[in-house]
Design a protein around this ligand. Structure first.
Ligand code: KIV
Length: 271
């Protein structure tokens, strides 16, 4: 692995370069400078300011109450210390309801230090993705178990299990990339479906509960450090602190396991 000094900062085009080179991308969420600095120095490719902060930092039951102010605050805290990792920030619930609202929120996030914004869903969000990318705002899509859809789903449930739902996810994955997304996060979908989508996708995919065949993996930092966040632990969660011995060791163990393909294994994936 390159030393901290040798490593080049990850860039938006660098994501596709990594995929072409067959190198898996590694991503963790972070919400503060202290953890972000360690993840960055240990070699993580991307840091996500996830709206999961509503659940793991603010102690809420869902991501729905998270605001643009919340994400902007945590983005600024993390951006100050990153040297290499690409910083992605979530557009929280309804901040992307219209292209104009999404542009206002994304501008604030990029001015706070984000380099890409992530938004959930396809359908009417395709116009939002197009509007942002035409205005120089890199976008990651997020499909599958999209936590902002928790009320419609009736809980945090694996998506794409039947043929119709799988076909819709395949079509959505193509549509978000056609609209301009340069990264696609796939959450809570069966491994075989995520593998199909990844094979078919013109942009790299990052999985969470989506099996080993995505172009990279992301975990929420509290989950990867084995912290009890007070919520049910999904099947795909693994405690890397137990094997790494320190936060830095856990980060290195996670990066190595994603890059050598040993994480996620079948025990941490949905069939
Ligand atoms: O909010 C978040 O942390 C996320 C990840 C689970 C991908 O969106």
């Amino acid at each position: 692995m390159a030393t901290t000094e040798q490593r080049r900062p990850m860039t938006v085009p660098g994501l596709a370069d990594a995929r072409r080179a067959g190198r898996k991308l590694t991503m963790l969420t972070a919400y503060d400078a202290g953890f972000a600095r360690v993840f960055d120095a240990a070699g993580i490719d991307l840091i996500l300011i996830g709206d999961s902060l509503g659940m793991v930092v603010q102690g809420r039951d869902s991501t729905l109450p998270v605001t643009v102010d919340d994400i902007t605050y945590h983005t600024a805290c993390v951006a100050r210390v990153l040297r290499h990792a690409l910083l992605v920030s979530d557009l929280p619930f309804q901040a992307d309801a219209t292209p104009e609202r999404a542009l206002d929120a994304s501008t604030r996030l990029l001015q706070a230090g984000a380099q890409m914004v992530k938004l959930e869903g396809a359908d009417h969000k395709l116009d939002v993705i197009r509007f942002l990318t035409e205005r120089e705002i890199p976008v990651s899509a997020h499909l599958g178990l999209t936590p902002q859809s928790v009320l419609r789903f009736g809980g945090f449930k694996v998506q794409g299990r039947d043929d119709a739902a799988a076909a819709k996810l395949r079509a959505d994955a193509r549509a978000v990339v056609d609209a301009g997304a340069t990264l696609v996060v796939l959450e809570g979908v069966p491994s075989a479906l995520a593998a199909d989508i990844t094979r078919d996708s013109a942009a790299p995919t990052i999985g969470i509960g989506a099996g080993p065949h995505c172009d990279g993996q992301v975990l929420v930092m509290h989950d990867f450090l084995g912290l009890d966040s007070g919520h049910r632990r999904p099947k795909f969660v693994k405690d890397f602190l137990a094997e790494g011995g320190s936060v830095e060791g856990a980060t290195r163990a996670y990066i190595a396991a994603v890059q050598d393909g040993s994480f996620p294994d079948a025990a941490h994936s949905y069939a």
